[in-house]
Design a protein around this ligand. Structure first.
Ligand code: NAP
Length: 255
């Protein structure tokens, strides 16, 4: 049953214009939440917002660079004014700047750490005050199987491992306010991000996916909806005793 507009909880999904973020935003809207879709350009959020409203949901497009504290503050103020206080935050915005260590520039490092880690920090800090006030909240951070180490991704792997420590600390600090914090660590998910990796190494995306699938126990690559399903669970009322966890969603075990 759809909650009344008054009682409708608000979810914020960063990097929600496409890929995993778009699927998570659509899924949380289908679950009955109003969804703020944040991305670098407001117009890029239109596809996700239109899909949600066409399905009868409520959504708002908000432009912000999550690594910029001024833009994050303004975005959260807009969301509070237009939709209501955030109850669910999905820190999904991400970039890759892959290179072997000896070729990795300081800009490659700072950009990746800035969007993933600083972005998750700024967004969580801005949203938590509303969750604390409501004594209810769900923070879901996108980590990655690359947190375990991945050639050419020293920056990304450090950021995604950092997301796990960040998540566990939020769980410890915020649990007393009814707020849970968990991380989802996807394996290979078919999105523009993995398509860009295929292009960088000179492979057709289809062949790249087939090669990846052959190494995955369930013999397929993941889809954004595989991650949205787990985010839906973690955002739910019933997941209130699950906190500080890292859930690998990779079609098999990782270690
Ligand atoms: P994607 O298709 O590249 O989408 C990422 C989105 O984040 C884009 O819309 C991008 O906007 C946005 N974004 C980038 N920098 C931003 C910033 N500073 N502020 C606000 N938005 C920003 O990526 P994806 O594959 O869906 O990945 C989503 C998340 O899952 C990322 O955190 C990624 O690291 C993680 N992940 C992905 C995989 C995978 O296999 N795909 C695996 C593990 C983890 P622009 O389009 O303007 O750049």
């Amino acid at each position: 049953m759809q909650m009344s507009e008054q009682a409708q909880r608000v979810a914020v999904v960063t990097g929600g214009a496409r890929g995993i973020g778009a699927a998570v935003a659509r899924r949380l809207a289908a679950d009955g939440l109003a969804v703020a879709v944040i991305d670098l350009r407001r117009e890029d959020c239109a596809g996700t917002v239109d899909a949600i409203t066409a399905a009868g949901g409520r959504a708002l497009a908000v432009a912000a660079d999550v690594s910029d504290s001024g833009q994050v503050g303004a975005a959260v103020e807009t969301i509070v004014a237009e939709l209501g206080p955030p109850a669910v935050l999905v820190n999904n915005a991400g970039v890759i700047r892959d290179n072997l260590l000896f070729k990795m520039t300081e800009d490659d490092w700072d950009t990746v750490l800035g969007v993933h880690l600083r972005g998750a920090f700024l967004m969580s800090r801005a949203c938590q005050q509303h969750m604390v006030g409501a004594k209810w909240g769900r923070i879901i951070n996108l980590s990655s199987s690359s947190a375990l180490g991945n050639r050419g991704q020293a920056n990304y792997s450090a950021a995604k491992a950092g997301m796990q420590g960040f998540t566990k600390t939020l769980a410890i600090e915020l649990g007393q306010f009814g707020i849970t914090a968990n991380a989802i660590a996807p394996g290979f998910i078919a999105t523009d991000m993995t398509a860009a990796t295929a292009a960088r190494i000179g492979m057709e995306f289809e062949a790249f996916q087939q090669a990846a699938a052959s190494q995955i126990p369930v013999r397929r690559v993941g889809q954004p909806e595989d991650i949205a399903h787990v985010a839906s669970f973690l955002a739910s009322e019933g997941a209130g005793f699950v906190s500080g966890q890292v859930i690998y969603v990779a079609g098999g075990p990782l270690c």
